[in-house]
Design a protein around this ligand. Structure first.
Ligand SMILES: Nc1nc2c(ncn2[C@@H]2O[C@H](COP(=O)(O)OP(=O)(O)OP(=O)(O)O)[C@@H](O)[C@H]2O)c(=O)[nH]1
Length: 222
């Protein structure tokens, strides 16, 4: 209960022990176990569960879904120059910016120390680089106040990859592909976005029929 109170989940409705109270307790515990305590974003556990759900959805619907992985550039320097408290402020500011500039259906998450991810369901490949660049520039332009007289800015590198359409994949493979692009963004100079080129789908109508037992969506003939 102390943990729940500290995290703002203390107000459970109903009498202690009642069904409503127990349900509130379960909901609060689920929320607590899926959120990152510092940034308030989804944590790695919730992110991986959402990624698996998205893989399943993409394999059934063929809709494109984009995974972006973002890493704050030279973050160690922030900690080394200003201390961990400021490092934490920077992480929180980046998280807020991400939350502000994605759609309600997108899932931003903190998946490591200074590493974030965003799952973007139903994101058309033609918009991928615009979306990723919007995130990058919004973070670059954000002024982070670290004291009444001091502010600083940070940049992020972003890697992205689309889930393979019509084919079941694994969460780790999808993360690995986006990570590879992140590595490329870092090695090409940081503060940039690198996306994996989108493959042309080569799944035939017959293969789709095998996958969907004849219930093939009509608008995807590639
Ligand atoms: N303040 C703070 N620092 C953290 C947290 N988690 C990880 N870090 C720090 O993040 C830093 C990551 O440093 P590196 O992996 O060297 O990466 P970098 O300095 O960002 O360099 P590049 O990623 O190559 O641009 C380390 O100094 C970690 O101690 C956290 O929750 N809070």
């Amino acid at each position: 209960m102390q943990l729940l109170q500290q995290s703002g989940h203390g107000d459970l409705c109903g009498a202690p022990g009642s069904v409503a109270w127990l349900q509130g307790l379960i909901d609060a515990l689920c929320d607590l176990s899926s959120r990152d305590a510092l940034s308030g974003l989804a944590n790695r556990r919730a992110f991986e569960a959402a990624l698996l759900r998205e893989i399943d959805r993409v394999a059934r619907s063929g809709e494109p879904a984009l995974l972006l992985i973002l890493d704050i550039d030279h973050f160690k320097r922030v900690n080394d120059s200003y201390g961990h408290r400021v490092g934490d402020l920077v992480i929180t500011a980046v998280a807020e910016t991400l939350q502000e500039c994605v759609r309600p259906m997108d899932l931003p998450a903190r998946i490591g120390g200074e590493e974030f991810a965003v799952i973007l369901p139903n994101c058309a490949p033609a918009f991928a680089s615009t979306v990723a660049e919007r995130l990058r520039t919004r973070i670059e332009n954000r002024i982070i106040e670290i004291s009444p007289s001091q502010a600083l800015g940070v940049t992020v590198s972003i890697g992205g990859a689309f889930a393979p359409q019509w084919v079941r994949s694994t969460a780790s493979l999808w993360i690995e592909r986006a990570d590879l692009q992140l590595y490329r963004a870092k090695s090409e100079g940081r503060n940039r976005t690198c996306l994996e080129p989108t493959p042309v789908s080569t799944v035939s109508a017959e293969e789709k029929g095998l996958l969907f037992g004849g219930a093939v969506p009509e608008d995807n003939d590639a």
